[in-house]
Write a protein that binds this ligand. Structure first.
Ligand SMILES: [Zn+2]
Ligand SMILES: [Zn+2]
Length: 154
């Protein structure tokens, strides 16, 4: 975790930007939660630690962190973006619940190999890839059945 922050500070120095206490707080919260957060969710966490940090600062810092490659931006097709830390986090793909917004991280070496093969077949040079599978998680399937007052199919 320390290495990741150092790497980021180095990037900021190279770009002649300033490493501020507010940025530090935002990055700390991102690293601490290790989740897929919306700007709103991150803002609320940051506010608890330092109420002087405004929403615009959080949003701007997130954009900057995406540009730096520190964070990845995941479009969950409901109009909101979620952010997750990439540095120090192994590559993975996502199952995303369209009901509760839950992210399930998945990884398959076989699938990665097939994807790499497809890339080669097209003479393509890959920068990055992200597989997102949208649907309904187990918990929400149960809840939906309950609210519709229908017994689960046997
Ligand atoms: Zn769900
Ligand atoms: Zn993830």
């Amino acid at each position: 975790m320390k290495d990741v922050t150092e790497k980021l500070k180095e990037y900021i120095r190279r770009k002649n930007l300033r490493w501020t206490g507010q940025r530090q707080t935002i990055v700390e919260q991102l690293l601490r939660t290790r989740q897929h957060l919306t700007t709103d969710e991150l803002f609320r966490k940051v506010q608890k630690q330092d109420p002087s940090i405004g929403y615009a600062t959080v949003a701007r810092t997130l954009h900057f962190l995406v540009d730096a490659g520190f964070c990845d931006q995941v479009d969950i097709s409901d109009g909101s973006m979620r952010y997750e830390v990439v540095w120090g986090h192994e590559h993975h793909d996502h199952l995303i619940c369209s009901v509760c917004g839950k992210f399930i991280e998945i990884f398959s070496p076989e699938l990665e190999k097939i994807q790499a093969k497809l890339v080669r077949q097209h003479g393509f040079i890959e920068t990055t890839h992200k597989l997102q599978i949208f649907g309904t998680c187990i918990d929400c399937q149960k809840n939906l059945c309950r609210t519709e007052n229908k017994p689960l199919a046997k």
